[in-house]
Design a binder for this molecule. Structure first.
Ligand code: FE2
Ligand code: FE2
Length: 214
């Protein structure tokens, strides 16, 4: 049987558009203390700093994508309980945005110029998954969180060893993303077909290599 498509109300679209503008144009704020707040800046060579900034820029772009995905989820989810449960995860994504943005600045760099593009693409994917149905919407969210988690784990092996500030941020984000993945699965997220997972991995590799440089 074909899934029933349910379009979001105009009110919700307008409210979510406000989130778009805040994500892309205004500084994000964290209620929790930044995970690296108590850690001193380490001595790094210019090359190490450039590399750490590139990785944190990738992570920041990932968080921009997370904003779009959770927004797509909020726009299209039919189940109010799921929508409410995911609000906390979405709030933590805003904190991740704040942590990574601050770290990029501290490392003397700037966020990716391509963020509006990543945002638009992720929102389109999130809304499409949501229109197909909650199970797929949540499954897409869970798979994204797992892939982001694996990505963060890999950054812990390549960040400069002495950059404890970036490491503390990445480690806390990894913990949060794994919790988000389990939440989306517990709310009924369906495992995605292998070709979709492969497509997501390929897209994220492209995003990673471009955001690292741009
Ligand atoms: Fe995140
Ligand atoms: Fe997450």
């Amino acid at each position: 049987m074909l899934p029933t498509l349910k379009l979001p109300s105009l009110d919700r679209v307008v409210a979510e558009f406000d989130t778009v503008l805040r994500t892309l144009a205004a500084p994000a704020i964290s209620e929790r203390p930044h995970p690296d707040a108590h850690i001193d800046e380490a001595e790094m060579t210019a090359e190490e700093k450039r590399h750490a900034a590139g990785l944190m820029r990738v992570n920041h772009s990932g968080e921009v994508c997370a904003q779009a995905l959770y927004q797509g989820q909020a726009l299209t989810a039919r189940d109010p309980a799921a929508r409410q449960a995911l609000k906390h995860a979405a709030h933590e994504e805003v904190e991740h945005l704040a942590w990574t943005a601050q770290r990029i600045t501290e490392l003397g760099s700037r966020p990716s110029l391509l963020n509006p593009l990543w945002y638009a693409g992720s929102l389109a994917m999130g809304v499409t998954a949501g229109l197909i149905g909650d199970r797929w919407n949540l499954g897409f969210l869970a798979e994204t969180e797992r892939q982001v988690g694996a990505h963060l784990q890999s950054h812990l092996t390549t960040l400069p060893p002495q950059d404890s500030k970036s490491r503390a941020v990445v480690a806390q984000m990894h913990t949060d993303e794994m919790t988000h993945a389990v939440l989306a699965e517990d709310l009924g997220g369906a495992p995605l077909p292998a070709p979709v997972r492969t497509l997501m991995t390929t897209t994220s590799k492209l995003m990673t290599s471009l955001s690292y440089r741009l």
